[in-house]
Design a protein around this ligand. Sequence first.
Ligand code: PGA
Length: 247
Amino acid sequence: MTKKIIAANWKDNGGREFIKDYFGYFKNNLNTEHEIIFFPPDLYINQINTYIDNNSFYLGGQKLNANVGDKSFTSGNSSEMFFDSGCNYILVGHSEVRISASYSASNELYYANDLQIIFCVGEDKNDKESNNTKHKLNKQLGELCNKANYSKIKPKKVIIAYEPVWAIGTGYTPELKDISFIHRFIKTYVSENHPFLKEKDIMVLYGGSVNSKNAKEILSTPHVDGVLIGGASLDAKEFTEICNLKI
Ligand code: PGA
């Protein structure tokens, strides 16, 4: 049995009643040895936190306010607030956030403090069709590896989610050999360029149209340390089934 990370990215879905029903099922049927992480909308983190016992699963924030520092800034949540509400993880650089032309991951990396970063990268359809995948990934990973982001913290490990934009919410996934190749490529790039991290400190998750039908083969693919699941994580039964897989 290999322990993997299985993460649920709920995006902007959920609500109080939905969460009650969801965790009613999930808690009664979970039988996993994997590390499970939920990224609910930030407003519902506190409600979901009440369902955690004995580290049965973990919580993460979707959006860190990258403008917090010593100054006041209206809107957003700081890393201390996420931590205080029970979060151990934070998503950084999801493609739905990167879409804003002014987006830069640097401040979020700088202000993550005690939260473990899950840094999302991935090429879009144009990059893929013009053979630009590696170039795009180098650029995104370059931001992660920039020494200037770490004047406050020295991370002991990093989790990267490889999410091809053309695979998110589309039902399409890359071939398993391509997932494995890109994950290997990411681990090599980061271990050669990051100021502190070695290959053993780097985990790479796959995200993009993972569901209960393809999760087992994706999780069994070399260099895949886990999955980040959007749509299929909203169905308690389907997500629990994935969490309970033996790999
Ligand atoms: P999906 O989303 O599983 O619905 O493709 C994944 C994500 O955006 O993290």
